[in-house]
Structure formats: structure tokens, C-alpha cells
Write a protein that binds this ligand. Structure first.
Ligand code: 1PR
Length: 590
């Protein structure tokens, strides 16, 4: 170990003298100069919205060993923790990695030289910009910064030995943890092992992402964390049990226990009473002569029952909220107030969250609408149609105006309080290039043998449009316009990515085709979206049996599964869903 340490140190010393004369000593992130500048280009997830999820397929970690030194101990530690290793051979291996460790052995300049020549630097940049899970070790941390030999004083510089501290630092030292970084959770007062002559210095520019410092003559950066990107100056693979715990926490990130959510679609029936209803592909009317709204019970009573049966969350969707004015919907606010009196799991409410001018000309902002919901007992609000319009504008202009409901509400209440409900329809196509939206190869072929589909987002239709266009009553217009919904020129994938950028903290992913069908969730859609974003995704629409829940948690990165019909019709109690998941080895809240 001492020999390895000495070798590393010598190499690093050479590096610095080399780098001062070598034009190849560019930084890993030359394009953006310093790591903190990447932050401006990259939409790093705010810690609150962060959800790192792993599936059993993540049992292989990609290792970037560019041949400059001995990373045997890192390999052994990874294997010891039960992971296989895929070595990076090409830049594509980096781009395709699920989880990447970069031990950054050897000399700074030489490392940069190899990384640049092989195209790895570019790939690493792209990987990190996408906020993919990354752990840099030692030089792997320093390469994220600007070196001192370039462009005047930089973030990384050599220890000052004039104050009596021997350089390199070779030995054990304690960390001062400055912010929650998840991978350091077990470190506490334990010492970790360092071997280095150079260190990155904390500054105002980087203070947001420094997760710990260490003192060796001066305070230097011992670790950084921004979203899924981590880097440590010490050697976790040489730091005993506590070091292994750092690696373990990176490899097995804390996953949220999957949630089972009961959803209550609520609307006024033709008599004006607020009822829980349930559609088939969003058609909530009985197929009888009277054509009345299907009535499956009373919202408060059902919510209480689902809470007692073990629901992890309850969602109320005021399904006509977009065309009616929700603050005019006092019964809905009353439902929230009463439910929150004795239901002690999170309550989400959606429907009609948008700016609104009432009949008397009084303007209500979406923030006021949301605030009223929060005051009445909601923990989260869910935005459907208005988020689609906001995403369309954002994709058109590339500008975040900060004025959309989504942006305003998440700014005031935090991302974790804002869910975006996506309501797409499957549109089959023969070739993925047939549309400008992200398409997937479907598991079940379309009616004409189509192998692909894209998922077209829909919005609720405003009452006055319905009235003008159809000169019909709301009852007729529900049916006349595809369950009262209009298709928009945006796909579920594009919408999900855009709303994540705009500040959504969670996605409620419905599927009109599967809604009420009981044939299982749309796995193609859920996989597409839950792989595309790093905020939690709630799988919704189509649950018909307990196996559908284990399927969705096994095969996709969904964080929660929501159902309505099977609970309302008492076909499958929540408890049996939980028992089934437990038996299948999927952790649940019992
Ligand atoms: O557009 O912001 O006003 O929000 C309206 C909200 O109302 C959206 O979240 C939208 O999903 C919902 N909504 C609008 N129309 C309907 C309808 O059914 N006609 N309900 C509707 C959506 C879908 C799920 C349902 C699952 C599970 N319902 O919430 O509960 O599909 O059902 P299942 O387990 O029985 O298959 P805005």
C-alpha cells in the first residue's frame, strides 16, 4: 500500500511539473472550464427531487481504468460488494453505463492526455452532464476542477509544505461533513485514507456541492456531490469498513420503498353531488339510457377506508377541474379538509390547477388555486393540462419563463409538492422516424401489425371551447370529444423531460388505452418514462391483479403504482397487493 501510495504521489508530482509545460494538461471539463460551470448548463436535480433507483439489472458497474496505474483494490472492493465489473473499452461504454466509477489513478496531465486522445473525456463530460451516477476517486475528483497550473490560481493546487505538514499526505484523516451526500452516511467521525499531494480548495463558487472537507494544514475538499455525481479525494477502497460503506452506498443507492397509491377520480354527478367515479379509457358514464356518471362511492369515506387498508398515499383527481373552476368547487376543498382530519398518509389533489378568471372578472393565479388546496390539507398538487401547455412553450422557446403554474408552485412550495399528471394515448406507427416524438418498439403489435408507438399527450378541454365547438351540454361533450380530451403535439417522453426541467417533483403516468381495462400497466410506456427522468414516476392505469404490481416494480423504474377500479370494486384489496409484493421479495410498508 505504501509503495502504491508513493508511486501515485510521485506520478502526481511529475504531473504538475509536466502540466506546466504540456499543452495536453487540459481539464477533463475543458469545455466548461470548471465543474461548477457545468452546473449552469446541466439540469442537476435538486436533492429534494432526487430519486436514485436501481433494479436488479444494475448489478454491473462500469469501471474507467485507462491503464495508468493499479486499480486492483477498487476492483476487489467492487467484487467484494457483489457487483460485476464492465471495463470501459470505448467512449460508448461510458455513455451506456448505468453506474460509473472513475478511480483516476496517476498523473493529472497524463490522465487528461489519454482521456482526450481516446475520446473518453468527451464521453465523460456528456455522461456527467446528464447527471448519470458517477463516482470519481482521488484524481477522479481533482479532474472535475481546474488545475492550478493553468489560467492562474485554480481550485486544485499542491499542499503547502512550508507550514510543517509533510507532503504528500499519506494516511488517515477525519472528514467534516458539510452536507448530506448519502454515500457518506456511515462515515461520521471515522477516519478515511488519503494519499495525495494536490487538493481542491473550497470556495464560494463550489460551496453548494462540497459535501465534506478535511484539514491537513488547510481545509481542502474531501468530497463533492451534485445530484447523482459524486467524487471523493480519499480512497474508499483502502478505508476499511467505513470506506466499503461509501462504495456500497454508491452502488446500492438508498431506494424508496415502492408505494401503493389509491386514486379517487372525483367529479360532480348530474345531481351536483361530488362522487368517486371511474372510467373505462376515461369514459366515466354508464352505458345505459340515462348515461349517468358512474358512482362508486363517497370520496371521504373511501379515502378513510383505503388509509386503513394500508394505502401509502391517496390521490384525488378532480377530473372536470380543468373546465370548471376548482375554487368554485367548495365540496372538493371540504373533501380535503375532512379527509386530512384522520387520514395520515400523503394526500395529492389534482384537477383545474391553472390561472382562472371567474364570471365576475376576478383573476385567480394557479398559485392561489394550489395554495387553497394546500391550506385544505393537500400535501402535493397534481397539474395535468396546464403542464402540457407549459412544456410545449418551453420546448418551442427553450426559455423557462418562471411564469407557468408548474414553475411558480414548485418555486414557492418546492418540487416535492408538485406532481405532473401525464395522460397519453398510444399512437401506433410502422417506423420510429414516422413522427418527431420519441417512439418505442411495442411489446404487443398494433391493430395493423405496427411495431412502434408514440404516446400522444392529451389535455382537458375548456368548458367554453366545448360549448362553442359543440353547442352541447357537458354530458354530450364528454363523449363527443374523446372522453373530453384533446390530443396535443407533444409526446409523453418529451413532456416528462420538459416538466422535470421546469420543476416537477414527481410524474403520475396514466395511459388512456389501459385505464380501467384491468389488463396490466403499459410497461412500454412506464419503462420509457421512468428511464428517461430521475424524478419518481407513479405507474398508473390498468392494474387488474396483484401480479401487475410486482411486474411493474420488477421491470421498470417506477417508484409507485396507482390503481383505482380494482380497489373501488373491491376486487383486489390493498392489503393483498402488499402481501403479494412482500412475498415476491419487494420491500413494502406493511
Ligand atoms: O388537467 O390539471 O385539470 O387535471 C385533470 C386530472 O384529471 C388529470 O390528472 C387527469 O389524469 C384526470 N382525468 C381527467 N379526465 C379523466 C377521466 O377519467 N375522464 N382521470 C381523468 C384520470 C386516470 C387515473 C386512474 C387510473 C387508474 N384517471 O387517475 O385513476 O387510470 O385507473 P384503473 O386502476 O382503474 O385502471 P387537469
Amino acid at each position: 500500500m505504501a509503495a502504491a501510495a508513493a508511486a501515485t504521489t510521485t506520478q502526481m508530482d511529475n504531473t504538475r511539473s509536466l502540466s506546466s509545460i504540456s499543452s495536453t494538461s487540459s481539464l477533463l471539463f475543458t469545455r466548461t472550464n470548471e465543474f461548477y460551470k457545468i452546473q449552469n448548463r446541466v439540469k442537476f436535480k435538486s436533492p429534494r427531487a432526487l430519486s436514485i433507483r436501481a433494479t436488479s439489472s444494475d448489478s454491473v458497474v462500469t469501471l474507467l481504468d485507462y491503464g495508468a496505474g493499479n486499480v486492483r483494490s477498487v476492483r476487489n472492493a467492487i467484487r467484494h460488494l457483489g457487483f460485476g465489473i464492465k471495463d470501459v473499452q470505448t467512449p460508448e461504454d461510458i455513455l451506456n453505463a448505468n453506474r460509473l466509477i472513475f478511480p483516476g489513478v496517476g498523473a493529472f496531465a497524463a490522465a487528461m492526455d489519454v482521456l482526450n486522445k481516446t475520446g473518453m473525456a468527451e464521453a465523460l463530460c456528456a455522461y456527467i452532464e446528464k447527471d448519470r451516477p458517477f463516482l470519481g476517486i482521488c484524481l477522479g475528483l481533482q479532474l472535475l476542477f481546474q488545475s492550478s497550473e493553468e489560467n492562474g490560481p485554480g481550485v486544485v493546487g499542491r499542499f503547502d509544505s512550508s507550514n510543517g505538514f509533510r507532503v504528500p499526505q499519506i494516511g488517515w484523516n477525519a472528514l467534516q461533513i458539510t452536507k448530506d451526500s448519502e454515500i457518506l452516511d456511515d462515515v461520521g467521525d471515522h477516519h478515511v485514507y488519503f494519499v495525495h499531494s494536490y487538493r481542491a480548495m473550497p470556495s464560494d463558487d463550489n460551496k453548494e456541492w462540497v459535501s465534506s472537507t478535511c484539514n491537513y494544514g488547510d481545509n481542502f475538499i474531501a468530497s463533492v456531490r451534485r445530484g447523482n455525481v459524486h467524487a471523493v479525494q480519499f480512497h474508499p477502497e483502502k478505508s476499511g469498513d467505513v470506506g466499503l460503506s461509501v462504495l456500497r452506498r454508491f452502488l446500492h443507492p438508498k431506494t424508496n420503498i415502492p408505494k401503493v397509491i389509491a386514486c379517487l377520480d372525483v367529479r360532480a354527478n348530474d345531481k351536483g353531488d361530488l362522487v368517486v367515479t371511474k372510467g373505462d379509457q376515461y369514459d366515466v358514464r354508464e352505458h345505459t339510457k340515462e348515461n349517468e356518471v358512474r358512482n362508486l362511492g363517497k370520496p371521504v369515506e373511501l379515502a378513510r377506508q383505503y388509509y386503513k387498508e394500508g394505502a401509502d398515499e391517496i390521490s384525488f383527481l378532480n377530473i372536470t377541474g380543468f373546465r370548471d373552476f376548482p375554487l368554485g368547487d367548495l365540496p372538493m376543498l371540504q373533501v380535503l379538509r375532512l379527509t386530512s382530519e384522520n387520514v395520515f398518509v400523503p394526500l395529492t389533489v389534482g384537477g383545474g390547477i391553472r390561472d382562472f378568471t371567474d364570471a365576475n372578472g376576478r383573476h385567480y393565479s394557479s398559485l392561489e388555486v394550489a395554495s387553497e388546496y394546500f391550506r385544505s390539507g393537500a400535501d402535493k398538487i397534481s397539474i395535468g393540462s396546464d403542464a402540457v401547455y407549459a412544456a410545449e412553450d418551453y420546448l418551442k422557446t427553450g426559455v423557462k419563463t418562471g411564469k407557468s403554474s408548474l414553475e411558480q408552485i414548485s418555486r414557492v412550495y418546492g418540487n416535492q409538492a408538485v406532481v405532473v399528471s401525464i395522460d397519453p394515448r398510444r399512437v401506433y406507427i410502422t417506423h420510429p422516424n414516422d413522427v418527431e416524438f420519441k417512439a418505442v418498439r411495442v411489446t404487443d403489435l398494433g391493430p395493423n401489425g405496427e411495431e412502434y408507438a408514440w404516446y400522444q399527450c392529451t389535455v382537458g378541454i375548456l368548458c367554453f371551447i366545448v360549448t362553442f365547438l359543440f353547442v352541447h351540454t357537458a354530458t354530450q361533450s364528454d363523449k363527443a370529444v374523446n372522453g373530453g380530451r384533446e390530443g396535443r403535439p407533444i409526446g409523453a417522453y418529451e413532456l416528462a423531460k420538459a416538466v422535470e426541467d421546469l420543476g416537477a417533483g414527481e410524474i403520475l403516468l396514466n395511459c388512456i388505452d389501459c385505464d380501467g381495462q384491468g389488463k396490466g400497466f403499459d410497461m412500454d410506456l412506464i419503462k420509457l418514462i421512468s428511464d428517461a427522468v430521475s424524478i419518481p414516476v407513479i405507474a398508473s392505469s390498468g392494474a387488474g391483479a396483484v401480479e401487475h404490481f410486482s411486474d411493474v416494480f420488477r421491470k421498470t423504474n417506477a417508484s409507485a403504482a396507482l390503481a383505482a377500479g380494482i380497489f373501488h370494486r373491491k376486487e383486489v384489496p390493498i392489503q393483498s397487493v402488499k402481501e403479494h409484493l412482500y412475498k415476491e421479495g419487494i420491500e413494502v410498508r406493511i
